[in-house]
Write a protein that binds this ligand. Structure first.
Ligand code: GCB
Length: 600
């Protein structure tokens, strides 16, 4: 599946705006056929947006079940020879779709796009009724998992279950004979760049590929479905330098000569290409053969009112702060971020650890890090073969969406799953194979939890890079930074013995903005700085530590509970994106002093 775009042969129509909307509180929508005609007793809902914080009633905000969206759309009359489809950028956590009452299909899993062909229901010139029933219920088989107990939805991850159509919905027209998929892999050969591309196309005609630089000058050209383009003296994509070439692919009319510039173009698609390599060598993580130091954050797509909606303005502001503080990288904790965010990362040279929505596969953890959930994680009744199959599909879908992005250097296939048991080892072994088969070119890992330290974790051996979330000085040794430093160093030294690069993907302390203490205690701004100083001393002393990503970029919404006051306050910025004192401290470290940057 290719992402929709406008080219001389392709067109898109964005369906953002107010849609008819109804929460199916009594579960009667299917029985009453709400997809057959105008949605009865409907209100309005913004698309894109998470619906939750637009509600004023607690039960509505927390609603779990079927959520119906509907709008009419006129199919442009000029689309009469085209394949018309609906592209849903994300429907959290699953969706079923009808057009004019005809069922088109469904998709399992949020945060990733799907496309459905309108087939016979597409009548150019006519207005059609699009109905999308989103369902946000989490079960032991969904990714992420959850369970309904006495009618109440529980889940095992520490962020609010925002849901709905939180990214754009598009109507698209593509030629019936068309380019269907592109896989780009790049390499470096001396001063030259190599761009290898495999193209899948439905159509008999020849395929022409032209690569241009940012000025639009042609740098390479080749014909065929398996391409290797050589770029003399290539401008590489590198951290902080998101240089992108543009590959224009043209499927030509059958029988035409690809060398003939006047040959009829049946379909055209443009693909951004960043030329770079990624490799792990010993304890180093290399980009273009140079050791790279990850600084930055685990983040969330999270804002007041619109929840997980993608919003260009808010994204740009977040990115401005990431750059201001001197961060080189982010992890898309704990699910794939919007395609617009990823485009911007590609364009600006932000390095991304791309994570699946597999968070909370660990019944030994509470809604954060404490306590047990009272279930066995991997069992026929809980996370089972069906969960694993969904997890595998999500990995394939994520790779399919982001495989051509130069910003993505490492796949994270799960956050803090149970990893210390034989059942976990059995669950994860095939999933690593799925990831490596889907993308043999990038590194693969998962994020390890404190309860599975070195020597106990049975999954880390499968990973190319060790990613660790650690809270010495917060969840353990709370307030005792001396003991925390000792414990943290000892553990990292043990991991370093494995000879792989280590990225600390989470470390952080909840901090109430404005709470000041001369003698720093947990929750104060001073403690957050003292805590970071302690962690930094530990990282700087261990060569294998090639990355530090603070938890979290900004305060973010969670479920209610005794562990959180209003929201999770581990942000370096507040939820409304103002700096806590630690932001200035980190800025100095990341822009002026960082020894791990000097390692690079
Ligand atoms: C973690 C989780 C993250 C939580 C964080 C916390 O280990 O990966 O989702 O939000 O701890 O603040 O407890």
């Amino acid at each position: 599946m290719l992402r929709p775009q406008d080219t001389p042969t392709r067109e898109t129509k964005i369906l953002d705006g107010l849609w008819a909307f109804r929460l199916d509180r009594d579960g009667v929508g299917d029985g009453q056929g709400w997809f057959r005609g105008p949605l009865p007793e409907a209100g309005k809902m913004a698309v894109p947006a998470s619906f939750n914080d637009l509600m004023t009633d607690a039960a509505d905000r927390e609603f779990h079940g079927d959520i119906w969206y509907q709008r009419s759309v006129r199919i442009p009359r000029r689309w009469d020879a085209e394949r018309i489809s609906l592209y849903v950028s994300s429907a959290t956590h699953r969706a079923r779709v009808w057009v004019d009452g005809t069922y088109l299909g469904s998709h399992e899993g949020g945060y990733l796009p799907f496309e459905l062909d309108l087939g016979e229901t597409a009548r150019p010139g006519a207005e059609v009724l699009v109905t999308i029933c989103v369902n946000n219920t989490l079960t032991f088989q969904s990714i992420p998992p959850g369970v309904t107990e006495d009618g109440v939805q529980r889940y095992f991850h520490d962020f609010f279950n925002y849901a709905g159509l939180d990214r754009s919905v598009l109507l698209t027209a593509t030629p019936r004979e068309r380019i269907e998929d592109i896989t780009v892999v790049t390499d470096i050969d001396g001063p030259d760049g190599l761009v290898r591309a495999s193209v899948e196309a439905a159509g008999e005609g020849p395929l022409r590929a032209v690569l241009r630089d940012v000025e639009g000058a042609e740098v390479a050209r080749e014909n065929g479905r398996e391409l290797e383009l050589r770029v003399p003296a290539a401008h590489l994509w590198a951290p902080g330098d998101g240089y992108l070439y543009e590959l224009t692919l043209q499927l030509l009319a059958p029988g035409s000569d690809a060398a003939d510039d006047r040959a009829a173009v049946v379909d055209e698609y443009r693909q951004d290409v960043g030329i770079r390599t990624v490799e792990v060598r010993g304890t180093e993580f290399l980009i273009n053969g140079e050791p790279f130091a990850f600084t930055g954050f685990g983040m969330h797509e999270d804002h007041a009112i619109d929840g997980k909606q993608h919003n260009d303005a808010l994204m740009l502001r977040d990115r401005a702060m990431i750059d201001w503080i001197g961060a080189t990288s982010v992890r898309t904790s704990h699910y794939p971020y919007s395609e617009e965010f990823m485009d911007h990362a590609d364009r600006t040279g932000l390095v991304v650890i791309d994570e699946t929505p597999a968070v909370g596969l660990n019944m030994g953890l509470g809604g954060g890090i404490f306590g047990s959930q009272g279930y066995t994680t991997f069992s026929p009744e809980t996370c089972n073969d069906e969960t694993q199959a969904n997890h595998a599909q999500v990995i394939r879908d994520l790779v399919a969406r982001d495989k051509n992005r130069p910003s993505v250097v490492l796949w994270s296939i799960a956050n803090e799953p149970e990893s210390e048991t034989a059942a976990a080892e059995e669950y994860f072994r095939p999933l690593f194979e799925v990831a490596r088969e889907a993308d043999p070119t990038r590194t693969v890992g998962f994020v390890n939890v404190m309860m599975a330290p070195h020597g106990r974790c049975r999954v880390s051996a499968m990973a190319d890079v060790i990613m660790l979330n650690r809270y010495y000085g917060w969840y353990i040794n709370t307030g005792d930074l001396v003991a925390a430093e000792k414990g943290f160093r000892a553990e990292l030294e043990a991991w370093a013995g494995d000879g792989k690069p280590i990225i600390i993907t989470e470390y952080g302390a909840d901090t109430v903005p404005g709470l000041h203490q001369l003698v720093p205690q947990p929750w104060s701004e001073e403690y957050q700085i003292a805590y970071m100083e302690m962690c930094s001393r530990v990282f700087d002393g261990i060569d294998a530590v090639v990355g530090e990503q603070v938890w979290n970029f900004a305060d973010f919404m969670t479920t209610s509970g005794i562990m959180r006051v209003g929201d999770n306050k581990k942000g370096v910025f507040t939820r409304d994106r103002e700096p806590k004192a630690v932001a200035h401290w980190l800025r100095t470290r990341w822009t002026e002093k960082l020894p791990i940057a000097a390692k690079g």
